[in-house]
Design a binder for this molecule. Structure first.
Ligand SMILES: C=CC1=C(C)c2cc3[nH]c(cc4nc(cc5[nH]c(cc1n2)c(C)c5CCC(=O)O)C(CCC(=O)O)=C4C)c(C)c3C=C
Ligand SMILES: [Fe+2]
Length: 428
């Protein structure tokens, strides 16, 4: 980050809220904060010129304040040769370092008889805080009982397959993947180009499995962006600038394999939202469903966005102000033995999709293919996403409007040092 970004980040900084969590009967205190530091900074003067470091202890794109655009892609590795897989990871790492650390430039002496390495789509564009984050899916370690690259014994216990959740409607073509690459930046063309470069380097060793683009809402600095349902989304999150909280909830420690230490486990779920139905719901019902007021973002019964979520508060008849099946009650740490995840979600919009139903009332129609590209990072998905979502999948009122249509689980290794490739320790 340059100086002006630092100043902006400081301006955005909010004081921590502290909640007492009861984890397995032991009271633990964990700091919670507004997600101000994880919000996009969309002033063209600051954001577009800023460069996010690529090399480091952790991969960029996890604790990085969220950008305006993303391009997520999951790949299947099709080579059976370990050496070719390593060569691909080396090429991808070098390209990521190059693209994230400076503006694109075309070699003036490029051979006119060859396809140019630099395709030119981002020539003249600033870096726009581009980050490129890599992950390894369970199938890279073992697929159909086969130890494909001699990695099976190195699969972390935390990379256990996610269970099937209630209501899951996962489309195989939007699920899984051996390797994930996600580009995030404040420019849609920059992220698209980053993935095109990666695809151009596959050299027959890998193929695209699925992809999803996403965006966050334009907003004023210091304001939580709204999602497509019209609610402020990202009010409460793990405070990325608090090393103790990041250590406790996000970064992998020494409980797992050495090659994953300082990495993180990522869950990604494209969630389609029935926006047409949601838009017909009464405001009061929408607010009961989420558990927060729509305009202010305050917890129900409170006035300000960052007022404490009081799950014990009741009305004069003794009913909970935050309904029992509301989204924020079910996802709050207090309802999940203290579990917390670092959310880094983007909206998605793929235009519209055709629906044809063979059962009464036999209707055909066109619906928005839009929703939330939900994404979260955690130290262990079994005690993070899965712990939280198993209950939510059954009881969350929001489920009436949301359908999980895809899923991915990836071990994102620690950051690389100059001269290394991403995930190098896994192969040593
Ligand atoms: C299992 C994890 C979660 C899924 C899946 C999920 C989907 C989802 N969420 C929204 C909108 C909102 N979520 C909000 C808060 C919130 N959500 C989760 C987890 C999942 N959400 C957590 C952990 C929290 C924070 C709870 C807390 O500690 O208070 C909110 C409220 C504002 C905020 O705090 O960010 C909104 C709004 C949608 C639309 C969605 C799927 C489409
Ligand atoms: Fe949520």
């Amino acid at each position: 980050m340059n100086n002006s970004d630092d100043k902006l980040a400081n301006r955005n900084r909010r004081s921590f809220l502290t909640r007492t969590l009861v984890a397995g009967g032991i009271a633990a205190t964990a700091p919670l904060t507004s997600n101000a530091l994880a919000r996009p900074i969309n002033s063209p003067d600051t954001a577009s010129k800023a460069i996010e470091p690529f090399y480091g202890k952790h991969q960029a794109g996890i604790a990085t304040p969220i950008q305006r655009n993303t391009y997520f892609m999951a790949f299947d590795v099709i080579t059976t040769e370990r050496a070719e897989l390593i060569a691909l990871l080396k090429a991808w790492t070098d390209a990521a370092a190059e693209m994230t650390q400076g503006p694109a430039h075309m070699d003036k002496n490029a051979d006119p008889e060859q396809a140019p390495k630099e395709m030119g789509a981002t020539l003249g564009l600033p870096n726009s805080r581009l980050t490129i984050t890599f992950g390894f899916g369970p199938t890279l370690f073992e697929k159909d009982g086969q130890d494909r690259f001699g990695l099976a014994s190195k699969r972390p216990a935390a990379l256990a397959d996610l269970p099937r959740f209630n209501g899951d409607q996962l489309i195989p073509e939007r699920t899984g993947g051996d390797i994930s690459i996600q580009a995030c930046a404040d420019d849609a063309q920059v992220v698209e180009y980053a993935l095109r470069r990666m695809v151009s380097l596959m050299n027959g060793a890998a193929q695209i499995r699925w992809a999803q683009t996403g965006f966050t809402a334009g907003y004023k600095p210091n304001e939580t962006p709204r999602n497509q349902m019209g609610f402020k989304d990202g009010t409460i999150n793990v405070p990325t600038k608090d090393p103790a909280a990041m250590h406790q909830f996000v970064w992998a420690g020494n409980e797992g394999p050495d090659w994953m230490r300082d990495g993180s486990y990522m869950v990604i779920r494209p969630i389609r939202i029935a926006l047409e139905h949601w838009d017909k719901m009464k405001l009061a019902f929408q607010e009961q469903t989420v558990g927060r007021h729509k305009l202010s973002g305050a917890p129900l019964g409170k006035h300000h966005e960052f007022d404490k979520l009081d799950l014990e508060a009741t009305d004069k008849d003794g009913n909970y102000l935050i309904p029992e099946n509301s989204h924020v009650r079910l996802s709050a740490p207090e309802s999940n033995d203290g579990a917390q995840i670092l959310r880094r979600a983007f909206n998605f919009d793929n235009g519209v999709a055709q629906i044809a139903e063979r059962w009464p009332p036999w209707h055909q129609s066109v619906t928005f293919d839009a929703g939330l590209l939900f994404q979260c990072y955690q130290r262990d998905p079994r005690t993070g996403f899965t712990k939280m979502f198993e209950k939510m999948a059954k009881f969350d009122m929001l489920n009436q409007f949301t359908t999980h249509i895809g899923s991915g689980l990836f071990a994102c290794p620690p950051g690389a040092q100059p001269g290394e490739f991403i995930g190098q320790k896994l192969f040593s």
